[in-house]
Design a protein around this ligand. Structure first.
Ligand code: VG1
Ligand code: CO
Length: 547
């Protein structure tokens, strides 16, 4: 064991955000940088001696080296056992499943999720607690506080562990168990869904394209969709995790997953398309329209899964409630109302769902950012969402487009879009938000282009379970006709600031459900640009990504 001195500068002033700490690989490779985070983390974990830690990542560049660093430091801190995914691989939802399944003390997940990877890309680390969910703010704040004051870290001098060989080895006194990264997760999925029905669907000639975007979803999709469910070989594409994700941006939306959209477009398109992100906690669902891909809005996906939940074995008895992040459309609220169950509105980030799930207050959760999940783990879960859709498709015999259109006909369509202004100047973005906040008191009751403002505020949330309070979670403008505009700054980017503008309008006229979202939302887009003076503050006339 060694106690080594940390260089003086790393980590200073950089707070782990909603999903851990994400920085450029070059930042993470600075001597002592990762060690500083891990030491600050371990210092705050009481009673971790002798306990089990789960460890894995999305396979991006620096993953393997970081696994060895964490292993050595875990040994020096007296952990009894580390369960590490073979090759250092564990998707975020699989890590959550393994933590829960094995009663682990917690888990370290090495991922920058949907951020690009490779030597020029991003790296990240996050900590999950014993319920399998992201560490709550009091833990991440503690990590940050300690990271500012510590000057030394404790590590082992032992040689690297062979993480490609299944089975138990030892690093000093600590057992290192290299596990199959898919096995526990696949077993859990079999408890959730009707695998027989989905198997019959594929046996009947149903065709799917699962694009794992060269990220960590691949091994899971291969083993479950092609393996256990018998989909033909070749159903899963880009299915081997690559250190740089093959230069793809593993953020599944119609812009970044354009190849999937192209394959879902034409006459030869398969019946069903899906994609997952860097750490496989996000999902995109794509159907086949009339010669065109039919991408399902994530907010609609959450609502539709909730409306069909009883078709799925795990949720056969009904769902207790739904939770959605504030910017996510209110489509799920309509389903909750019809089902007579509560729908909770939380700040952005999966950690806010943890208490509600632990208390059994909600069963399904979702975010507009292609994240959907349930009480089966404490993270959003991309492969789970894809299997949920497959289960519904098998049970109803309908197509993705038919299901979505029927949903809109029954509940109304929550036309939705998110406009991202990426990499803008941070000072300009802060000024924009400050100016918006200053306008809020005067907005209520005003008429904007014929729409009356019902409420304008900066979203605040009090957790109904533990009473913790979070403020300044995004500026929202709610109109009397149900339309909404939300503005917030991203907490996951690594370059400058990213302004997100979320737009939503309710369309109950079935005859207008086919109008493209950007067209239907044009009046709101215009209001948003004017109210926030986006061009004046950012210099941008157009968003960089529209989803
Ligand atoms: C984004 C999404 C948010 C999601 C978070 C983590 O955060 O908007 O909904 O929970 O990413 O997702 P932000 O602060 O950039 O808007 V993942 O798949 O990157 O862990
Ligand atoms: Co992710």
């Amino acid at each position: 064991m060694s106690i080594l001195t940390l260089p003086t500068t790393p980590f200073a002033g950089q707070k782990p955000g909603t999903s851990g700490l994400r920085k450029k690989v070059s930042v993470f490779m600075q001597p002592g940088y990762l060690e500083n985070f891990v030491q600050a983390l371990f210092d705050g974990l009481e009673g971790c001696a002798g306990q089990t830690l789960v460890l894995g990542g999305d396979g991006r560049f620096h993953n393997r080296a970081a696994v060895q660093t964490v292993l050595r430091m875990a040994a020096a801190h007296g952990f009894g056992r580390v369960l590490v995914g073979r090759g250092g691989i564990l998707s975020t939802p699989a890590a959550s499943a393994v933590i829960r399944q094995h009663g682990a003390y917690g888990g370290v997940v090495l991922s920058a999720s949907h951020n690009p990877g490779g030597p020029e890309g991003d790296f990240g680390i996050k900590y999950n607690i014993a319920n399998g969910g992201p560490a709550p703010e009091k833990i991440t704040d503690g990590i940050f506080a300690r990271s500012q004051t510590i000057s030394r870290y404790r590590t082992s001098d032992a040689p690297p562990v062979d993480i490609d060989r299944l089975g138990t080895q030892h690093l000093e006194q600590m057992a290192v168990e290299v596990i199959d990264p898919v096995a526990d997760y696949a077993a859990l999925m079999q408890q959730c869904f009707d695998f027989d029905a989905i198997r019959r669907l594929f046996a009947g000639g149903f065709r799917m394209r699962f694009d794992a975007m060269n990220a960590v979803g691949g091994p899971y999709a291969h083993a479950i969709v092609e393996g256990l469910l018998g989909a033909p070989a070749g159903t899963v594409v880009n299915g081997t995790p690559l250190e740089d994700f093959g230069h793809l941006h593993p953020d599944p939306n119609p812009v970044n997953a354009e190849d999937l959209i192209a394959h879902m477009s034409g006459p030869e398109a398969p019946d069903f398309g899906a994609a997952t992100d860097g750490d496989a906690d996000r999902n995109m669902i794509v159907g086949r329209g009339a010669g065109e891909a039919f991408a399902v809005a994530p907010s609609d996906s959450l609502a539709l899964l909730a409306a069909h939940a009883t078709l799925v074995p795990r949720y056969r008895g009904g769902i207790a409630g739904i939770a959605r992040s504030m910017p996510t459309s209110t489509a799920a609220d309509r389903v909750a109302r019809a089902l007579g169950i509560p729908c909770h509105e939380t700040p952005t980030g999966w950690k806010f769902f943890g208490n509600l799930l632990d208390a059994g207050a909600v069963t399904l959760c979702g975010e507009e950012s292609y994240g959907t999940g349930s009480e089966h783990v404490r993270e959003k879960d991309g492969v789970w969402a894809v299997l949920f859709w497959l289960n519904i498709l098998a049970a109803t015999g309908q197509s993705v487009q038919q299901l979505v259109q029927a949903h809109w006909a029954r509940f109304g369509r929550n036309v939705y879009s998110r406009h991202d202004y990426e990499g803008v100047d941070s000072a300009g973005a802060d000024a924009l938000m400050a100016a918006l906040r200053a306008q809020l008191p005067a907005l209520a009751g005003q008429l904007l282009d014929g729409r009356r403002v019902k409420l304008a505020d900066d979203f605040a949330y009090t957790d109904p379970i533990d009473g913790s309070h979070s403020e300044r979670q995004g500026v929202r403008i709610l109109f009397e006709d149900g339309a909404r505009i939300v503005f917030r700054l991203s907490g996951t980017g690594t370059e400058g600031a990213t302004l997100r503008v979320y737009l939503e309008a309710i369309e109950t006229d079935v005859g207008r459900h086919g109008v493209p979202a950007q067209q239907a939302l044009a009046p709101l887009i215009d209001i948003a640009q004017r109210l926030a003076r986006i061009e004046a503050h950012t210099g941008r006339t157009q968003p960089s990504v529209v989803t």
